[in-house]
Design a binder for this molecule. Structure first.
Ligand code: SIN
Ligand code: FE2
Length: 208
């Protein structure tokens, strides 16, 4: 794949240990095609929270582990509970993207085993939470925006804020780790959702 542009992107620390790589995921058509291929094997679905409420963002996964939620709680699963089969393997262009982004921010040995894919359509958004179901908190979260833009809120150690607001545009990559690894964050609706725009987010983690 083309690497053009990826090494000249600006890295901006938007909060301590939260780094925005503007435009880093440049070849979005290839990533979108890979999302489609994953979704053909493991369709997007609306998971239930442990309290029984449907999540507004639709989700699927690729990699050896996939994030799942139901009445039994939040966890990673080796098989897609919908099909009973292993999750689709992580496309090489995803692994390459995640590792290059992590490397740029100083994580030299990031080896993600999970990629959660979120799809935000209509009024879908995600409330404040932290990514805390993984085993290895020495590894960062690498988060990629495709499709539409949205406002991302970074709260940091306290769910109650104050939040840093970041407008994430397609191709932007956000990396958080170290002291920020368990920071609270949220994301708003996709811009243009009322007119049909859809945002996809890839979240790479070392979960197992
Ligand atoms: C997430 O926190 O899992 C998703 C964040 C995003 O969609 O940008
Ligand atoms: Fe998250």
């Amino acid at each position: 794949m083309s690497r053009s542009g990826s090494d000249i992107d600006l890295a901006t620390e938007v909060a301590p240990e939260v780094v925005l790589l503007r435009g880093f995921a440049a070849t979005t058509a290839e990533y979108a095609a890979a999302v489609d291929a994953v979704a053909a094997a493991a369709p997007f679905r609306h998971l239930q929270t442990p309290a029984g409420r449907p999540m507004s963002a639709a989700m699927t996964n690729c990699g050896t582990l996939g994030w799942h939620s139901d009445a039994k709680g939040y966890r990673y699963e080796r098989n897609d509970p919908l099909s009973g089969r292993p999750w689709p393997s992580m496309p090489l262009i995803f692994l390459d993207l995640a590792q290059r982004a992590a490397y740029k921010v100083g994580y030299r040995d990031f080896l993600p085993d999970a990629c959660l894919i979120n799809r935000y359509a209509g009024k879908a958004k995600m409330g404040a939470h932290r990514d805390a179901d993984e085993r290895d908190f020495s590894q960062p979260i690498v988060s990629v925006t495709l499709g539409a833009s949205a406002t991302f809120l970074w709260y940091g150690p306290l769910r109650s804020g104050p939040a840093v607001k970041i407008r994430l545009e397609p191709s932007d990559v956000l990396v958080w780790g170290r002291t920020a690894r368990r920071g609270y964050h949220a994301v708003g609706q996709a811009e243009g959702a009322a007119a049909g725009a859809v945002r996809f987010n890839l979240t790479f983690r070392k979960a197992g």
